[in-house]
Design a protein around this ligand. Structure first.
Ligand SMILES: Nc1ncnc2c1ncn2[C@@H]1O[C@H](COP(=O)(O)OP(=O)(O)OP(=O)(O)O)[C@@H](O)[C@H]1O
Length: 672
């Protein structure tokens, strides 16, 4: 069957399918603007069926669906379907099934999900399902959203312990027993409305069966003995834990307090990087003192024994180095973001790297963490900066990247009025947007299994090569971050559906891309980057109201608005930015469509001259041209106050030192 024949066969299994009157013979399902309603297509093939709220009932012809070889998700939410759950499990490559708010009933076989290895989202809320929650849900490796609320599921909750699970709802069923420990990270509302459930999130202790037995003398003695044994074991365990903590604190100090232990020659530049003390206070640690010149460098072999093994090099393009090389490197703080803090370190061999100390990255054990980072490090694309190495300890995760001297797009757009800013003309900005789109397209293909392949796209995570080729960083972190902290740490969670309903999907990345496009075109600092409601410009709101009033031309950054011949193309890009930030994800562009449209934008209307070809060999050639000490003060997003301080700093710095920082500058700089 062709796709249209298959879809018409599906339609014929429905009753009350009046809303599908665009599904007719003689037209094509995926034909541009006039394609059939309720379908999402990519490259002319149907990828998603979205029939939410179409008023349909009847059967679902799964045989017809089997003919749609690119189908990734199916939504039939808020319709009138009834009967047992359809055999969607025959569609092994589905990533999402949305069946909520219908009248499905009956038990779901326990092995229903056994062969659905690609599934990430399962929405079964507000139906009439009965029986046990299928245990095969525990076999879906990357399950991220599971909504089973408002049904009649009974029995205990199976132990679903996938670290990827970010959203769960089993409220208002007939469940009983203890909430599995792997799910205690979710709050009470996830579980309420089930009379028989107990455990930490609900604040009601589960009764031990033995305690309910009648108090016969033999049993009482046994339980007394048991209690004594448990108390003794607990005391011993506590003592062991205390000893281990004391030891590990001592070890941490040994490893990281570079300065405390070594009295250095006063001629040397002294750098203090206390990476890990208590985990709670970065404040005390982030300071840099510069004294004298940096002419003498330490030899490379008085580090701490075998610390090199602590750093796992996953990409040896910049050579192999160890933690001890980083410890001895001259270093400076680059900033503190929502996912961690970043330090620049110039190692004795001259290689400059950035060490990112990640907060809230404790979702995975060592082996899974290793597998995830290696996967990220295996990516190769000229618009992607892959990690070089990582360091894993239970409470400490470091990621190491090549240092990119030009810095971030955020800094160039808003924090630096120097020559690099002046070069941000329209052709350069378009080149940057198109490079970002290329990088995102690559990530969405290579990490297609992830709900949010990038997850943290924003202008501070876009670095620039000397010729303004963008390099994306901080991508693919979603599986690594503690599920409960992901919303705080990753910008993609600012997409309205994620912020309000916790719904995450690749479309959240599209939203982030849209914000960056609007930021680049308007030159405004988006308020969306801030956690407080103060400061910045709500670029989405501003652009939408200007488009509605036909005032688009007023939006462009004055520094590019003078390119008169290009206004038409700028408007084209503006509309793409607006379509990417559409608040309803259903109406938002999908990533591939956004990329296709971005690629069509030209420097000037109708001209082909885009001079946008990538020069891949540049990365190695610019390192020498930069002074070894650079002064940077890119602050955290603690409000726009932080940002204006940054500007002030770079201005006052420029006037004191006639432009560029050099190793002869002598000043002390501390980040509070
Ligand atoms: N490899 C790199 N080369 C040069 N600068 C970098 C590199 N990696 C990060 N930076 C810069 O260091 C600064 C601090 O980065 P960091 O990642 O800690 O914070 P952020 O990007 O502001 O927020 P988030 O933690 O959410 O990503 C940012 O301005 C970033 O652009």
């Amino acid at each position: 069957l062709t796709e249209s024949e298959a879809l018409l066969k599906l339609k014929s299994s429905f009753t009350k399918a009046g809303a599908l009157n665009s599904w007719v013979n003689g037209s094509l399902p995926c034909e541009g603007e006039v394609g059939w309603d309720g379908l999402v297509c990519s490259n002319g093939a149907v990828t998603d069926i979205r029939l939410g709220g179409f008023g349909i009932s009847g059967q679902i012809d799964v045989d017809a669906l089997l003919e749609l070889s690119n189908l990734r998700s199916i939504s039939i939410m808020s319709n009138n379907f009834s009967g047992p759950i359809p055999a969607f499990n025959r569609l092994g490559s589905l990533r999402a099934i949305y069946l909520s708010r219908n009248r499905f009933s009956g038990e779901i076989p326990s092995d229903y999900f056994a062969n659905m290895g690609s599934l990430k989202k399962v929405y079964l809320s507000s139906n009439m399902f009965t029986g046990k929650i299928p245990s095969s849900l525990a076999q879906i490796p990357r399950l991220s959203e599971l909504l089973l609320d408002n049904n009649q599921f009974s029995g205990t909750i199976p132990s679903i312990d996938q670290p990827t699970l970010a959203s769960l709802d089993v409220a208002n069923n007939e469940l009983e027993g203890e909430i599995p420990s792997s799910l205690t990270k979710f709050n009470a509302s996830t579980f309420e409305g089930n009379g028989g459930l107990c455990g930490e999130p609900l604040g009601n202790e589960c009764k031990v069966a033995a305690a309910e037995r009648p108090a016969g003398s033999k049993n009482t003695n046994i339980s007394k003995n048991m209690i004594i044994a448990i108390v003794v074991a607990a005391v011993v365990l506590l003592m062991i834990i205390v000893v281990l903590i004391v030891r590990s604190r001592k070890k941490k100090r040994d490893e990281f307090d570079v300065l405390e232990h070594e009295k250095r020659n006063s001629e040397e530049r002294v750098v203090e990087v206390r990476v890990s003390q208590s985990g709670s206070s970065r404040k005390e640690a982030d300071s840099i003192h510069r004294k004298g010149s940096s002419s003498s460098r330490r030899g490379s072999n008085n580090g701490k024994g075998n610390m090199a093994v602590d750093l796992v090099v996953v990409n040896n393009e910049k050579g192999v180095f160890g933690l001890s090389d980083l410890m001895r490197a001259s270093a400076e703080v680059l900033g503190n973001g929502s996912s961690g803090s970043a330090y620049k370190a110039v190692m004795a061999n001259g290689v400059a790297v950035v060490v990112k100390r990640m907060r809230e990255m404790n979702a995975l054990g060592r082996d899974q963490f290793d597998a995830e980072v290696r996967q990220l490090a295996s990516l190769r694309h000229w618009n992607i900066l892959t990690p070089l190495a990582y360091h894993f300890r239970k409470d400490e995760k470091l990621l190491v990247y090549e240092y990119i001297p030009k810095g971030s797009l955020l800094y160039l757009l808003h924090g630096d009025r120097g020559p690099s800013h002046a070069e941000l003309n329209w052709p350069t900005r378009l080149k940057i947007v198109q490079g970002i789109a290329q990088g995102m397209g690559y990530l969405h293909t290579e990490l297609a299994y992830s709900s949010i392949p990038h997850g943290n796209l924003k202008s501070s995570n876009i670095l620039l090569s000397p010729d303004f080729e963008p390099l994306l960083i901080d991508y693919g972190f979603f599986p690594l971050i503690n599920p409960l902290d992901a919303a705080q740490a990753l910008f993609a969670f600012k997409a309205p559906e994620a912020a309000i309903f916790g719904l995450i999907s690749p479309k959240c990345d599209v939203y982030s891309l849209g914000i960056v496009i609007l930021e680049i075109l308007t030159g405004k600092y988006p308020s969306q980057y801030l956690n407080s409601n103060k400061g910045g410009t709500d670029v989405v709101e501003w652009v939408n109201s200007a488009i509605a009033d036909h005032r688009q031309s007023e939006l462009f950054d004055p520094e590019i608005a003078s390119s008169r011949n290009s206004i038409g193309e700028m408007k084209k890009l503006l509309h793409i930015g607006a379509a990417c930030t559409e608040s309803d994800p259903e109406h938002r562009l999908d990533m591939m469509e956004a990329i296709r449209r971005i690629e069509e934008v030209q420097v000037e209307g109708g001209q082909e001259d885009r001079t946008m070809n990538f020069i891949p060999s540049l990365r190695d050639s610019y390192e020498d041209s930069f002074p070894q000490i650079t002064f940077e003060a890119r602050n955290s997003y603690d409000g726009l106050g932080g940002l204006s301080r940054t500007r002030l700093d770079s201005h006052s710095f420029a006037s004191q030192s006639s432009g560029r920082p050099s190793s002869d500058d002598n000043f002390v700089f501390a980040i509070p």
